[in-house]
Ligand binder design. Structure first.
Ligand code: SF4
Length: 557
C-alpha cells in the first residue's frame, strides 16, 4: 500500500501503511538528518524530562539562558531550575569557577536540598568544560552529592537523554539506602511522571489491590524514595522508553522482576490490574475491575455519540502509541495515524497491532510531513505534544495535548476524562467555522421541508429533514432523514432524553439547519452542538445558497 503523502528520499521507510503483515514497520531509532527540523527534542531536554520532577534536588543547567529556559517547562509544568547563564566571555575563557560558585550559591539558597544535578548543554560540551571535576570539588565542599548529567544536546535525541538520566539515577540514587528486607506489598512505578494526577489514579487502583508504591520514577521520586526503591517486590513499567532500562537494571542488580503495563484505556487498565494481581496472588482483582469498567462506560456514554466513527491521529514522544490507540478505539474512533518522535521497534510493533489496516505508522516526522498528512487525511482530532498544537490549529484540526493539561487520563476515571475532553474538542463550534485546507467549501445542511420546494416546517415539528451537501456551487441532495420524536416542551426536559436531543443527534454531522422557526432553547442547544440555525420561509434552493455563503465564509450571522 502506498504512503498517502510524498516524502523525501532519505525519509522513505520511516513512513509505512499498516498492512496485514505485522513485520512491515517504519525504520526507527536513527539520528535525524542534519538540517531537518523534526519534532524531536535534544538529549539535554530528554534528561530534563526524566529528572525534572525530582523535588528535593537542585537542578542546575550549565549553559546559556536559552537552554535553561527550554529545560524549565517540562510537561507544561514550570519546574524550578538554576542556570550558570553562560555568555561569550565564559565560552572563550571557560566557566569552571562560575559553575562552582553557582553550585555553592544554589546550595546556600536551598538548605533542604539533598543533592545537586548539573546538566551539561551543547555549549558546555563544545568548550570542553570539565564538569565532573567541578562536581567532585563541590561535593567535598558542600557535603551534598553533586552529580554531573552528561547530556549535551548534540549527543543524541531526547531518547538518548532518557538513557543518560536513567544511568544517573541508577548510579547515584536508586537503592543506596540500607539493605533492608523487601516490603511484601511494595512496588515501584517506572516511567510515570504524574501528569495532571495520573499517578494518584494509578496509586488508588494499586491500593485497592493492597499494594504500596515505594517510588514512582520520577513523578514522585524523592531522594529518600529512590534510596528505598530496591525494597520493592515488583517494578511496574508504565512507559517503555523511559522505564525499561531502569527496570532491567534493577532486575539485574536487585533481582526485582518487572511487568510492562499500561493504565490508559479500560481494557489496558483492567489487564494491568489482572497481571499485577496475579503476580501478588491477590484474589479480588475482578471485584475491582468489573464495577469500575461499568461505571466508566456509563459515565463516558454521553460523549460517545460525538466520537463514534471520527478519525484520530496520534503523534507522541514514543511509547504511548499502542495503548492510546486502543483507548481511542474503545471510544469508537478510527485511528488513522500512530507516529512518534523517537519510538523504538517494540513501540511500533505494539502500535501496529492496535491500529487498523490502512493506518499510517510514522517515525520522527517533521512538520511538513505532518501538515501534508493532516491536509490529505483530514482527521477529526490530532493528539500530540505542544509543538504540533499550532500547526493543527492553523489547519483547522481540533487538537488534544498529550501529556494532557486538564485532568488525569490514566485508570478508569481517566478514560472518562479522555472521552469528555476529546468530545469537547471535536464538538467545539469553532471548528465548524474554521476552514479546513483541502476540504474548503464543503458543508452539510439540513432543510426542514415537506414539499421539497420551500422551507415549510418548524424545527421541532418537522416530519423530515432533507440533507444537502454543498461544495462550491454544487448542491447535492444526499438523503432524507425522518425524526421519530417531536421536540415539544424540550426546554423543560433533561438533556439527552428529549425529542430535541434526538433531532440534534440526527443532524450531528451537519453544520447548519434551515427551518421556518426555532425556539430560543432550540437555538441555544443547537449552537452548543455546533449546528447553526437559519430561519427562512422562502424557496429551498435560495435559502440553501444564503446559508452556504454564511457557513463557508465563517461569518457571524
Ligand atoms: S540542542 Fe543544545 S543548545 Fe539547544 S537546547 Fe539542547 S542543549 Fe541547549
Amino acid at each position: 500500500m502506498s504512503v498517502p503523502i510524498e516524502v523525501l528520499p532519505y525519509r522513505r521507510g520511516h513512513l509505512v501503511v499498516k498492512e496485514a503483515d505485522p513485520s512491515v514497520l517504519p525504520v526507527c531509532s536513527r539520528p535525524t538528518v542534519p538540517g531537518v527540523i523534526s519534532e524531536r527534542a535534544c538529549a539535554f531536554y530528554g534528561a530534563r524530562w526524566m529528572l525534572a520532577s525530582i523535588p528535593d534536588v537542585i537542578h542546575l543547567i550549565h549553559g546559556p539562558a536559552g537552554c535553561a529556559y527550554y529545560g524549565r517547562t517540562v510537561r507544561r509544568k514550570s519546574y524550578r531550575i538554576f542556570s550558570t547563564q553562560l555568555v561569550e566571555r565564559d565560552i572563550i575563557f571557560g566557566a569552571g569557577d562560575k559553575l562552582y560558585d553557582s553550585i555553592v550559591e544554589a546550595v546556600t539558597r536551598n538548605p533542604n536540598a539533598r543533592a545537586v544535578l548539573v546538566y551539561a548543554t551543547c555549549v558546555a560540551g563544545v568548550i570542553g568544560e570539565d564538569i565532573p571535576a567541578v562536581c567532585k570539588r563541590a561535593t567535598k565542599d558542600t557535603g551534598l552529592p553533586v552529580v554531573p548529567v552528561d547530556c549535551p544536546g548534540f549527543c543524541g535525541s531526547q531518547a538518548e537523554g532518557h538513557d543518560i538520566a536513567a544511568g544517573v539515577l541508577f548510579k547515584h540514587f536508586i537503592g543506596i539506602g540500607k539493605a533492608e528486607q523487601p516490603i511484601d506489598n511494595g512496588v515501584n512505578i517506572v516511567g510515570e511522571f504524574d501528569v495532571q494526577g495520573d499517578l494518584d489514579e494509578i496509586e488508588g487502583l494499586l491500593k485497592q489491590l493492597g499494594l504500596k508504591v515505594i517510588c514512582a520514577f520520577s513523578g514522585r521520586a524523592s531522594v529518600a524514595a529512590m534510596a528505598n526503591a530496591h525494597r520493592a517486590r515488583l517494578n511496574i513499567v508504565h512507559c517503555r522508553r523511559t522505564g525499561q532500562a531502569l527496570a532491567e537494571g534493577m532486575q539485574k542488580r536487585f533481582g526485582i522482576p518487572y511487568l510492562k503495563v499500561s493504565f490508559f484505556g479500560l481494557e489496558e487498565t483492567a489487564s494491568a490490574l489482572r497481571s499485577i494481581g496475579q503476580f501478588f496472588g491477590v484474589a479480588g482483582a475482578e471485584d475491582i475491575i468489573e464495577p469500575s469498567i461499568q461505571e466508566a462506560r456509563k459515565a463516558a456514554a454521553p460523549f460517545l455519540s460525538s466520537l463514534a466513527g471520527k478519525r484520530v491521529a496520534l503523534f507522541f514522544g514514543a511509547s504511548r502509541m499502542g495503548s492510546m490507540a486502543k483507548a481511542f478505539k474503545e471510544l469508537g474512533m478510527e485511528v488513522v495515524m500512530a507516529g512518534s518522535q523517537f519510538g523504538c521497534r517494540e513501540d511500533y510493533q505494539e502500535a501496529g497491532a492496535k491500529v487498523p489496516d490502512g493506518a499510517v505508522l510514522i517515525d520522527d516526522a517533521h512538520e511538513k510531513e505532518l501538515e501534508e498528512f493532516l491536509v490529505k487525511r483530514q482527521p477529526h482530532l490530532l493528539v500530540g505534544g505542544t509543538k504540533e498544537k499550532y500547526l493543527s490549529h492553523k489547519l483547522g484540526v481540533p487538537f488534544l495535548v498529550f501529556p494532557q493539561e486538564m485532568s488525569p487520563f490514566a485508570g478508569f476515571r481517566g478514560f472518562v476524562n479522555l472521552a469528555r475532553e476529546a468530545a469537547g474538542l471535536i464538538s467545539a463550534p469553532v471548528w465548524r467555522l474554521a476552514r479546513r485546507r483541502g476540504e474548503v467549501d464543503k458543508v452539510k445542511v439540513a432543510v426542514a421541508s415537506r414539499n421539497g420546494l420551500t422551507v415549510d416546517q418548524h424545527f421541532g415539528r418537522a416530519e423530515q429533514f432533507m440533507i444537502f451537501e454543498i461544495c462550491g456551487e454544487n448542491i447535492n441532495l444526499l438523503e432524507i432523514r425522518r425524526p421519530s420524536l417531536v421536540s415539544e416542551n424540550s426546554c423543560s426536559q433533561p438533556k439527552g432524553k428529549d425529542g430535541l436531543q434526538h433531532r440534534l443527534d440526527l443532524l450531528s454531522d451537519c453544520q447548519g439547519v434551515i427551518c421556518v422557526r426555532a425556539g430560543r432553547c432550540v437555538r441555544e442547544r443547537a449552537e452548543e452542538a455546533g449546528l447553526m440555525v437559519f430561519e427562512s420561509e422562502g424557496p429551498l434552493f435560495q435559502a440553501l445558497e444564503q446559508c452556504s455563503l454564511v457557513l463557508q465564509s465563517g461569518e457571524e450571522r
